[in-house]
Design a protein around this ligand. Structure first.
Ligand SMILES: NC(=O)c1ccc[n+]([C@@H]2O[C@H](COP(=O)([O-])OP(=O)(O)OC[C@H]3O[C@@H](n4cnc5c(N)ncnc54)[C@H](OP(=O)(O)O)[C@@H]3O)[C@@H](O)[C@H]2O)c1
Length: 331
């Protein structure tokens, strides 16, 4: 049994990690405010605001077999390693593939150039997420040297996805209302790389406890967008009509790529700068033990767990009214 500290744990990945570690017989402590969600049942909860000077007082002076850090704020990353690193055997920083300076080259590995780091005293904004994660990586490495595993996930998917990016298509096909507007990217192929949140959590725990160190792209298997949509339809048992939507019409129709409201989730913007996005090398992760379920299984679980909760207002994508409007335009 290992003693594991999760800096976070009240959100999606952190909660999944905590529950898996508990199921594996480990002793789990989660440190967070409890503002984003509930602390996982069975874990020891330490309520703390990491903006406060004494944030780590409730867990200081204890030895940890593994610390898993989820933050995006360099100031939090720095304060945590300063307070806790000497008593931590292994340390995982959950980073992101957003740290890379370019997404133009398919197959790029962990040695790819990074964005400039956001300083720990610079203000954070979501536009600086990649730079902030680089800052967190640097500060952690500066303190622990090689004794840190930098897990860089690509898009995380699965039941409960708070961004709605991985759930939109299977739930849309499962909704069973009229023909489905589907992206048609003929001639300009786009890709998707979704890692299931449960497979990612298992990898973080296993590789972290094994003392792996250095950066690793924890990404899903690369799949063409068309295959992903077919897989979503099949998981939902959909055999109704689809209407192809030419992606060149998105800008005129005010439809956003990738995520958010009035969007086509998982559809990357056109352009050479995205040619390697969702096509990152997964070789090191697979060598280090990342086991990925088929995307069809992730989609089937999304349909099984979430279709009943679908209230017609997707967390990302098109509402029923927006889809009707676009379908009407296409005759
Ligand atoms: N979703 C994706 O596709 C994707 C892709 C690549 C990488 N990632 C990374 O994967 C991880 C996802 O983690 P997650 O799902 O657990 O969500 P998250 O939103 O990144 O979790 C942040 C955690 O930090 C805690 N926190 C925030 N501010 C705090 C403060 N001032 N004091 C104490 N605690 C604070 C939050 O808890 P409270 O608010 O309750 O305090 C929450 O538990 C993140 O590291 C993210 O950057 C995500």
């Amino acid at each position: 049994m290992a003693k594991i500290l999760i800096l976070g744990g009240t959100q999606w990945l952190g909660g999944t990690l905590a529950r898996q570690a508990l199921d594996g017989g480990h002793a789990v402590t989660c440190l967070a405010r409890g503002a984003s969600g509930a602390f996982p049942e069975g874990a020891r909860s330490v309520v703390a605001d990491r903006d406060a000077a004494d944030a780590y007082a409730g867990v200081a002076g204890e030895r940890w077999d593994l610390v898993v850090e989820l933050t995006r704020f360099p100031a939090h990353a720095r304060a945590a390693v300063e307070a806790l690193s000497p008593a931590a055997e292994h340390w995982v920083f959950v980073s992101s593939c957003s740290v890379y300076a370019s997404h133009a080259r398919p197959g790029a590995a962990e040695s790819d150039l990074l964005l400039p780091a956001l300083e720990s005293d610079a203000p954070y904004s979501d536009e600086k997420y990649g730079e902030a994660k680089v800052g967190c990586e640097w500060l952690t490495v500066a303190s622990r040297g090689n004794a840190v595993l930098l897990v860089r996930p690509g898009l995380i998917g699965g039941p409960g996805d708070p961004s709605g990016r991985s759930t939109y298509w299977p739930l849309r096909f499962a909704a069973g209302r009229g023909p489905v507007l589907v992206p048609s990217d003929t001639g300009d192929q786009r890709y998707v790389q979704i890692v299931d949140v449960r497979d990612l959590a298992a990898f973080i725990l296993e590789a972290g406890l094994a003392g792996r160190s250095g950066p690793v792209n924890a990404v899903g298997a690369e799949m063409p967008l068309g295959d992903v949509l077919a897989s979503a339809a099949s998981a939902a048992g959909y055999d109704g009509a689809t209407v192809p939507y030419p992606l060149a019409a998105m800008a005129d129709d005010g439809v956003a790529p990738w995520a958010g409201p009035r969007s086509l989730p998982l559809v990357l913007p056109a352009g050479e700068e995205y040619a390697g996005f969702a096509r990152r090398s997964d070789q090191r992760a697979v060598r280090w033990g990342l086991v990925r379920r088929p995307l069809a299984a992730t989609f089937a679980d999304i349909v099984g767990h979430e279709a009943a909760l679908d209230d017609g207002a997707p967390r990302a994508g098109l509402t029923a009214a927006e889809e009707r409007e676009l379908l009407a335009k296409r005759g």
